[in-house]
Every structure is written in C-alpha cells, then in structure tokens.
Ligand binder design. Structure first.
Ligand SMILES: [Ca+2]
Ligand SMILES: [Ca+2]
Length: 285
C-alpha cells in the first residue's frame, strides 16, 4: 500500500516538475519575443528618424536639378523652334528665288527665240530683196543693151532718150515716139535741161510741151501742168499761132540770133525732136 502511496507521490512530484519546466520555457520564449519586438521597433524608429533627418537635404538638391533640367529643356525646345523657323524661311526664300530665276530664264529664252525668228525673217527678206534687185538690174541692163544696140537710145537717170536724125511736125514727132513705147521729152529740172543741151548740140528740137488745148496753159504730154521752165528771152510770145515748144541750145538761126532756151512756135513746122522713155514704162508698160 505504501509502495503504491510512494509511487503516487513520485508521480505527483514528477508532474509538478514538468509543469515548472514548461513555464520556465514559456517565460524564455516570451522574453525573447518581447526583445525581438523591441529591437524591431527600435530599428523602425531609427530608420524613421534617419529618414526624417535626411529627406530635406535630398529634396532640395533634386528640386534644383529638376529646375535646371526644365530650363535646359525649354532652351532646347526654343533652339529647335528657332532652327526650324530659320530652315523654313530659307526654304521659302530659296523656292521663291528659284521660281524667279526659272521665270526669268523662260522670258530670256522666249526673247532669244523671238530674236532668232526675227533675224531669220530679216535674213529671208534681205535675200529676197537681193534677189529682186539682181533681177531688176539684169532686166535694166538687158533693156539698155537692147535699146542701145537697136536704136541708139541713151540712158540717163532712169530714162532712155533718142533723137532721130530727121525732122517732123510736133504731132508727127510725138507719134514717132509713141509708136516705140515712148513720148516727147518732159524736162523736169535743170540737170535734164543741161543733158538735152549736150544731146542736141546746135540742133533745134521739139519737146513734149504744148498749150494747144487752152491758150497759155502749158501742159506736158503726160497731162501734168508746167510749173517752171527754161523759157528764152521774150518767150512764149506766139499766142494761138504758136502752141508747141522748141528748145535751143546754141543760137544760130537768123530769126532767133540771141535766143537760148525754150520758145513757142507753130506746131506744123518740121524740126528734130527727142523721145523719152522712163525705166518705169519699160518695166510696167
Ligand atoms: Ca500758144
Ligand atoms: Ca514764140
């Protein structure tokens, strides 16, 4: 019974011992946990305090850096805008000048073409005129040769002259001329009068002047009215009896001892005469 009682006592003391061990372990564990929590808290407090003390310094430096970056970026953008504007202005200016140059070049090309065309036209006209002139010269020379060789006509200043070696009345003399495509001579100026003087010599010849239609209104054979002439002294003086005109270069006849120049006389008298044919009559008959 006592053994049983001791055994019951031993078992009870053993259980108490185990309870004490468990409590002791719990106390250690609790103390370590409390220590860990405290250490953690202290660490967090330290970090927070460190952060609190360090943050203002880092924030000021970044602000300055950020402001500088912003200024640099703005400057860069402005520079880009300026460069872009300059490029655009240069492009526009270059395009305008290029178009002006092209336009000028086209105008000059057109002017050059017109000048070339004008020059070609002028060259053609000149060649045509040269050709016409050559043809006219050939025709004139041929006519001159024909007349001089066939009838002894004399060429002087765009007209041919011929004085046959015979005498006729004024009307018959004129008919002789018209049958050969000519007419009695018309004396237009002093040069022609001197030419006639040299041609006639001492001969007295009929010229193409008459007042047979209206007395004292002297008309040339082409219908034109006499404006000024080379009348001899006292001439014309024949009235209606003398309606045709002679020219005298050298005074020789008894009835006109000192007469030089033109005089009126009866148209029926026989005298020499001079035919005249202008070159225009030969080309355009
Ligand atoms: Ca008369
Ligand atoms: Ca007279």
């Amino acid at each position: 019974m006592s053994g049983l009682g001791n055994d019951g006592m031993d078992q009870g003391s053993m259980m108490e011992s185990e309870d004490r061990i468990d409590k002791t372990v719990d106390i250690y564990i609790t103390a370590e946990a409390v220590r860990d929590i405290k250490h953690k808290k202290d660490t967090e407090d330290f970090d927070t305090q460190t952060a609190k003390t360090q943050t203002p310094q880092h924030t000021g430096s970044d602000s300055v850096r950020n402001r500088s970056s912003r200024v640099a970026a703005v400057c860069l953008v402005l520079l880009c805008v300026l460069l872009l504007t300059a490029v655009i202005v240069l492009c526009v200016t270059f395009t305008q000048e290029r178009q002006q140059f092209i336009s000028k070049n086209e105008n000059m090309t057109n002017e050059r073409d017109q000048l070339i065309s004008n020059n070609e036209n002028l060259t053609n006209e000149r060649n045509q005129l040269i050709s016409k002139n050559e043809n006219l010269t050939n025709e004139r020379d041929q006519l001159r040769n024909n007349l001089q060789s066939s009838d002894g006509w004399t060429y002087y200043k765009s007209s041919f002259y011929y004085m046959p070696n015979e005498t006729k009345s004024w009307n018959e003399s004129r008919r002789y001329c018209t049958e050969r495509g000519a007419d009695l001579i018309i004396i237009n100026n002093r040069e022609e009068q001197d030419f006639v003087k040299n041609m006639t010599g001492k001969a007295i010849v009929w010229i193409g002047l008459t007042d047979s239609v209206v007395e004292n209104t002297w008309k040339w054979v082409d219908g034109s009215t006499l404006t000024s002439g080379f009348w001899g002294s006292g001439e014309p003086n024949g009235g209606t009896r003398e309606n045709c005109v002679l020219t005298v270069a050298v005074p020789k006849l008894p009835e006109w001892p000192n007469l030089v120049g033109w005089l009126d006389d009866a148209c029926t008298k026989p005298f020499k005469w001079i035919c005249e044919k202008s070159i225009s009559q030969l080309i355009l008959p």
